[in-house]
Design a protein around this ligand. Structure first.
Ligand SMILES: Cc1cc2nc3c(=O)[nH]c(=O)nc-3n(C[C@H](O)[C@H](O)[C@H](O)COP(=O)(O)OP(=O)(O)OC[C@H]3O[C@@H](n4cnc5c(N)ncnc54)[C@H](O)[C@@H]3O)c2cc1C
Length: 398
């Protein structure tokens, strides 16, 4: 049995774990990431929208602020990633068009636009004709739209590939194994035990296991984060040369009360999503899911029928009871959560990496992350506060 030591172990190599590992390693500390299948899970399934404005929900003000901070952080994050790795980070700053299929749908998106305007967000209500002028291949009868210039997209698969390269370049050790349990002594995490029985001792453990984070063994039951898998199916289509670009912007449509989005990639791919179902860890793609996505997509973009169906895939959003991520001290000294990113994990990658790196390196939770502590789900239990609560102070000593 091998026993190693490192400064920080990151559990999970999705976008979140990889970005955290990169940020930590870039600051000069020793980082090991453990994952049996790096980069292949939820982060490679997602559509990659960076959509703080079009995803806004009533009453999610703290999450909106975090989402806006992260969309603002994406350009510099992508630039740094690209100059370090020489690989594309996949950022496309094209804006988003909300589209209404009929007059009832138009009334619904206008109501949302009024709310977005009250929040001071940049939206512009369009007539049907103005909507089609921006995207000429939309259905002739679309009843209206809303132009959202600040919502963009990322080719998440390119971002994953660039981050995998970035961790390699910055000297992160990638262990392709599942963590069997977090090692603890009293109220402290000491590292992790791998499925092989080998152990890695560390000053800090960052748990970024996405929808599987609540299953990590070794964590006391009362401290487990309330993260559950929320299934989503996606269809990937290829646009023939003759129709390219079928869309120039991300299109988010409301069609007869149903929601569907179409995210174009420069290479001719069109990502259509997404279903939502509470089916535990089931990632089978169901015929009904593919049917509804294509039914709704072809209502707003009739040429959908002419596109090649290249992939159907399902993934598990790491959902939380209030739809916001869980960031920072876990209540067990030396164990930090970076999880629960639900429908916004691609968007939230840069800001999560920044906040978690700061928490681990300084021992203080940045003020902007203070609303996202795990303790919000356990009343007064855990006792961690933002801005350097001594009881939650992470230590880097091995
Ligand atoms: C259909 C769909 C569409 C989406 N669209 C968008 C979108 O448009 N925009 C957006 O911002 N977000 C979107 N999301 C959400 C986004 O994909 C997630 O929030 C994000 O990918 C979560 O990243 P993660 O790194 O936490 O999880 P993951 O990518 O799932 O990574 C977790 C990793 O942990 C590993 N792991 C698990 N258990 C262990 C263990 N015991 N030991 C070691 N490793 C372990 C897994 O192998 C996995 O690689 C979408 C999600 C879905 C499903």
């Amino acid at each position: 049995m091998v026993e190693e030591t490192t400064d920080v172990v990151v559990v999970g190599a999705g976008l979140i774990g990889l970005a955290v590992a990169w940020r930590l390693a870039a600051s000069g500390i020793q980082v090991t990431v453990c994952d049996p299948t790096p980069g292949t899970q939820t982060s490679s399934v997602a559509a990659g929208m960076l959509a703080p404005v079009t995803e806004v929900e009533y009453g999610e003000d703290d999450l909106l602020a975090l989402n806006l901070d992260s969309v603002a952080a994406w350009p510099a994050f992508a630039e740094e990633l690209e100059s370090l790795t020489g690989l594309p980070a996949g950022l496309h700053r094209t804006g988003t068009l909300s589209v209404a299929y009929d007059v009832d749908d138009a009334a619904a998106i206008r109501r949302l636009a009024e709310y977005q305007e009250r929040l001071g967000l940049d939206v512009q209500v369009l007539t049907g004709r103005e909507t089609r002028r921006r995207e000429p291949l939309l259905a002739a009868g679309v009843a209206g739209g809303v132009w959202v210039p600040g919502d963009h997209s990322v080719d998440n698969r390119q971002a994953v590939a660039a981050l995998l390269r970035a961790v390699e370049v910055t000297g992160v050790r990638l262990v392709r194994q599942k963590v069997a349990r977090v090692l603890t002594s009293g109220n402290r995490a000491l590292g992790v035990e791998l499925e092989s029985g080998d152990t890695i001792r560390s000053g800090q453990v960052v748990a970024a296991a996405g929808p599987w984070t609540a299953q990590l063994a070794g964590v006391p039951d009362e401290l487990r984060p309330p993260v559950r898998p929320l299934k989503g199916e996606i269809v990937r289509l290829r646009v023939p040369e003759a129709y390219r670009p079928a869309l120039q912007h991300t299109v988010r449509a409301t069609a007869k009360g149903f929601s569907v989005y179409l995210v174009p990639r420069p290479g001719g791919e069109l990502v259509v999503g997404a279903t939502t179902s509470e089916l535990g860890y089931d990632t089978r793609v169901l015929a009904g899911g593919v049917f509804t996505l294509l039914r709704d997509a072809r209502m707003v973009l009739p040429i959908t029928d002419e596109l090649e169906l290249v992939e159907t895939v399902a993934g598990l959003r790491p959902a939380t009871p209030d739809n916001a991520p869980i960031l920072g001290p876990s209540g067990l000294d030396g164990l930090v959560w970076a999880t629960g990113h639900y429908r916004n994990g691609v968007l939230l990658t840069p800001i999560t990496a920044q906040h978690i790196a700061e928490t681990v390196l300084t021992g203080s939770v940045p003020k902007a992350a203070g609303s996202f502590l795990a303790e919000r789900f356990r009343g007064s239990h855990g006792g961690h506060r933002a801005d350097g609560d001594a009881s939650g102070r992470p230590k880097l000593a091995r």
